[in-house]
Each structure stands twice: as structure tokens, then as C-alpha cells.
Design a protein around this ligand. Structure first.
Ligand code: NAP
Length: 280
């Protein structure tokens, strides 16, 4: 039987409708959520991601600022801009689009953002709080995946979740959030000797690798829920890490690429910005 497709686009639209009414409530109190995005250099993918974030912010009636800086900008100037935004009462969320040029330290930039405005959830204070279960801005992509699972009626507690990938922005926090939801979690990476042996045990499989064709149908347990975080360009087409067509014949539920995790990531960024505006 063909797998049920989990539409990130539809779930994101639901959440954005909920956010719209939160924004109206804030407006009645004279508060407009403010999001500032800093974009350094000319990377076309980064420009397109930032455009998507700007569009979502404007549609939700946020105050939206995009600071486009040249590739040659110094680390000191980026840090100075972050310092100003940290102090700006119109701004509730600050996001620096990654990756940054080599001469700018990602670590220094992330740590310069006021944790109270760190709507990407990358500041060590938010990361630490998430791990020990204190209130924190949750990183947008893994938080979006949890929302997709919950809003599709997937029971996470007691399930075996397998995450492929251990990056700081997707794999590790994904595993932690699944653990917080009481899944039993296995993390796989490039040094995992027999990936298929691990993935076949998954009730919930999350692929966050960045390599098309990583997950084939023979690596998935029948009926499993498959979440494809990967974004890869193959022959000019966007595809995930999973072979969608063949997996659709085996999995119980699956997310498409595009239209899956991507729209959820931007939506959870908007969610974090509204949360921040509510706290201020
Ligand atoms: P990353 O930092 O490159 O991490 C990739 C991970 O995959 C690493 O942990 C790596 O293992 C592991 N890996 C690589 N080859 C593997 C293999 N053959 N078998 C098992 N594991 C393997 O990437 P990322 O930032 O986490 O992003 C992952 C993917 O998600 C990318 O395609 C990215 O574009 C996409 N993404 C999508 C969204 C969205 O909103 N849809 C958001 C963020 C990222 P090692 O640690 O051992 O190297």
C-alpha cells in the first residue's frame, strides 16, 4: 500500500494561521514581532533561504529587516551589528544566515547573539537548556520535524527512532528532541559500519545527511515513518536523501522533498520570533 504523505506545506500553513492570530493579539497590546536577518556574501542558496524567511515574516505582519553585507565585511563589523540589534527594542529575533565566509568565526557570531533573541536556537545557552529540559528556543528544523510527527498523529513515546546525521543544527538536536518525547534513539553517521542494519530497526527514521539516494526501500521496516530532511540538487531537481518513489511502497508515512521539512523550518523560525515577542 502506498505510504501516507506528510505534507509539511499543509502543516506549516496550519501553524502560520495559528501564529497570525497570536500576532493580532500582540498587536492589540502594541507589540509587533521583529525579525532581523544578517546575510553575508553572495551564496545563491543563502539568498534564496533569506528571501523565504523575509516573505514569511512580511506575510505574518512582522517588522522585518534584512542586513545584506558584502563578502569582505569584517568579523568586527558583523559583531557590532549584532550588538546593535541585541539592544534594539523593535527586534525580538536575530538570525545570521550560515554558512559565513571563512574569515568570520561562526562560533563568535552565534555567541554574540543575545540568547533571548536567538530564534535559531544555536546559542550554547539555548542548546544547553534544551538538553537539560529548561525553556529554550528550539532549533527550527528538528522542532519542525517534531511538529510534523505530532500533528500527523504519530506516537513518538516508546518508539525506536533512528536519526542519520549528527550535525549541531539537525542531527544532534533531532535526536535530543525525540529522546525528550520518550523515543529510544539511535544516531548514525558516516562511520556507522552497517547503516541498513540500524535503519531497518526504525519505527521513525529521520535522514539528515545531504546525499541523494542514501535511504533505499530495502533499508526501511515496512510501515515505518520516514522523515527526509535532506536537500540535494540532482539534474537541476531538488530531492531529499531518501528514494521517495520506492520508499512510498514500504513506509507507512513519508515526507516529500520539496514540500516536506523545508516549509516547517521557516515556520518554526516565525514561531520562535512570536514566542520571543510574547516574552518581551
Ligand atoms: P552536515 O553538517 O553535512 O551533516 C551531515 C551528517 O550526515 C553528518 O553527521 C555525516 O556524518 C552524516 N553522513 C554523511 N554521509 C553519511 C553516510 N554515507 N552514512 C551515514 N551518515 C552520513 O549537514 P546538515 O547541516 O546536518 O544537513 C543535512 C541535510 O539536511 C542537508 O542536505 C541540508 O541541506 C539539509 N537541511 C535541510 C533543512 C530543511 O529545512 N529542509 C534544514 C537544514 C538542513 P559525520 O558526522 O560522520 O561526517
Amino acid at each position: 500500500m502506498a505510504a501516507q504523505v506528510i505534507s509539511g506545506k499543509e502543516i506549516a500553513a496550519q501553524i502560520r494561521a495559528e501564529l497570525k492570530s497570536e500576532v493580532e493579539k500582540l498587536a492589540a497590546r502594541g507589540i509587533q514581532p521583529g525579525l532581523a536577518v544578517i546575510l553575508v556574501g553572495d551564496d545563491p542558496a543563502s539568498h534564496s533561504y533569506v528571501k523565504g524567511k523575509e516573505k514569511a515574516a512580511v506575510e505574518l505582519n512582522f517588522h522585518s529587516e534584512v542586513h545584506r553585507l558584502p563578502e569582505s565585511v569584517s568579523e568586527q563589523d558583523v559583531l557590532a551589528l549584532i550588538g546593535k540589534l541585541n539592544e534594539d527594542p523593535k527586534i525580538h529575533g536575530i538570525l545570521v544566515q550560515l554558512p559565513l565566509p571563512r574569515h568570520i568565526s561562526e562560533k563568535a557570531v552565534i555567541q554574540a547573539i543575545d540568547p533571548e533573541k536567538d530564534v535559531d536556537g544555536f546559542h550554547p545557552q539555548n542548546v544547553g537548556n534544551m538538553y537539560i529540559g529548561l525553556p529554550a528556543f528550539l532549533p527550527c528544523t528538528p522542532h519542525g520535524v517534531i511538529q510534523m510527527l505530532k500533528r500527523s498523529g504519530v506516537e513518538i513515546a516508546g518508539k525506536h527512532a533512528v536519526v542519520i546525521g549528527r550535525s549541531n543544527i539537525v542531527g544532534k538536536p533531532m535526536a535530543q528532541l525525540l529522546l525528550s518525547e520518550n523515543a529510544t534513539v539511535t544516531i548514525c553517521h558516516s562511520r556507522t559500519p552497517d547503516l541498513a542494519a540500524m535503519t531497518k530497526q526504525a519505527d521513525i527514521l529521520v535522514a539528515a545527511v545531504g546525499r541523494a539516494g542514501t535511504v533505499r526501500a530495502d533499508m526501511v521496516k515496512p510501515g515505518a515513518v520516514v522523515i527526509d530532511v535532506g536537500v540535494n540538487r540532482v539534474d537541476g531537481k531538488l530531492v531529499g536523501d531518501c528514494l521517495f518513489d520506492e520508499l512510498s511502497e514500504v513506509a507507512g508515512m513519508i515526507t516529500p522533498v520539496p514540500g516536506g521539512v523545508g516549509p516547517m523550518t521557516i515556520t518554526m523560525l516565525m514561531y520562535n520570533t512570536v514566542e520571543s515577542a510574547k516574552r518581551h
